[in-house]
Design a protein around this ligand. Structure first.
Ligand SMILES: NCc1[nH]cc(CCC(=O)O)c1CC(=O)O
Length: 315
């Protein structure tokens, strides 16, 4: 079946991970629409060009998505493939999420050089990680570790680990597995220790709002279980952020009788305070669960953390 009488253009960043994910999307779409022609167009984004500044300092909101979004609004590409966790909760006017694809392993992993697990790292070991979310949660179990900012795409981070002689780095399992580096992983970090980023492990496809033909094609890749969980996670994030960057971890998990449990954590900017809780409800009220958990976290102490975050990073 040919859906559209021209090639559909799939937009992507040009990092190895983005290209892997985009080729995966292309294969999945081609299998469902064998007669339709698809093309890939790779675009360099600001996030790919700035490699040396700690992400927390420049703020990563939209850093990896903006150029692609402009290309979509100008009709140069028909969709943009992202790691869903890099896609802001508030999209520019005229754009929407067309699919949340089936989730890969959502956990963070340790790639250890001098030890295999967090517990086995020597006192004061130096470990690379790019996110406050990871730092604050890891400090909770290993306050002695020296957690260093390490930026760049996955290849760059692996190289920096060697160059800077770090004891290990923490990355998302999904990216490492997609690049075929499963054998480098020395520990899958349990979600009880470290909640992942909102949307971690899922590929999100952004499309033009109101482009019905593209929405039908892309919608074929939406994975309902993944989408319900991540809808709850994104609602939590959107409520807590109020438009600025906050270190948040979240994980939605489906249970019996269509229940959905949403776990969430908010961390202070110095990473030394965290606030964590969970709510359970019916999966059909995923967004509402996100709002409820936000209220609970705020009542538990997240309000103080958020106030400080807004003073420092939101303007
Ligand atoms: N922030 C960069 C980024 N965006 C998506 C992934 C991995 C894939 C995923 O989490 O879905 C990564 C690398 C990492 O955090 O280790």
């Amino acid at each position: 079946m040919t859906e559209i009488n021209r090639p559909i253009v799939i937009g992507t960043r040009d990092s190895a991970l983005a290209l892997w994910q985009t080729h995966w999307v292309l294969e999945q779409l081609q299998a469902r629409f064998p007669e339709q022609r698809f093309e890939i167009k790779a675009i360099k984004t600001k996030g790919d060009k700035i490699l040396d500044v700690a992400l927390a300092k420049i703020g990563d909101k939209g850093l990896f998505t903006k150029e692609l979004e402009v290309a979509m609004l100008e009709g140069e590409v028909d969709m943009a493939v992202h790691s869903l966790k890099d896609l802001p909760t508030q999209l520019p006017e005229g754009l929407t999420v067309g699919a949340m694809c089936i989730r890969e392993d959502y956990r963070d992993v340790l790639i250890g050089r001098t030890a295999r697990t967090l517990a086995e790292l020597k006192p004061g070991a130096r470990v690379g990680t790019a996110s406050l979310r990871r730092k604050s949660q890891i400090w909770k179990v290993r306050p002695d570790l020296e957690l260093l900012d390490i930026r760049g795409n996955l290849q760059t981070r692996m190289r920096k680990m060697e160059e800077q002689d770090l004891d290990g780095i923490i990355l998302a399992a999904a990216g490492v597995l997609r690049l075929g580096w499963a054998d480098k992983i020395t520990q899958y970090i349990d979600e009880d220790v470290c909640l992942p980023a909102v949307g971690q492990g899922s590929v999100g496809i952004e499309i033009r709002d109101g482009d019905e033909a593209i929405a039908r094609v892309v919608g074929a890749l939406n994975h309902k279980d993944t989408a319900d969980c991540i809808t709850a996670e994104r609602a939590l994030m959107r409520t807590l952020e109020g438009g600025c960057q906050v270190p948040i971890g979240a994980l939605g998990k489906l249970g019996e009788d269509d229940s959905l449990t949403l776990h969430g954590v908010v961390a202070s900017l110095d990473g030394r305070e965290i606030c964590r809780d969970q709510v359970t409800g019916h999966r059909s009220e995923a967004a509402d669960l996100g709002h409820r958990l936000a209220d609970i976290l705020i009542a538990k102490g997240a309000a103080e953390i958020l106030k400080a975050v807004r003073q420092e990073s939101c303007n």
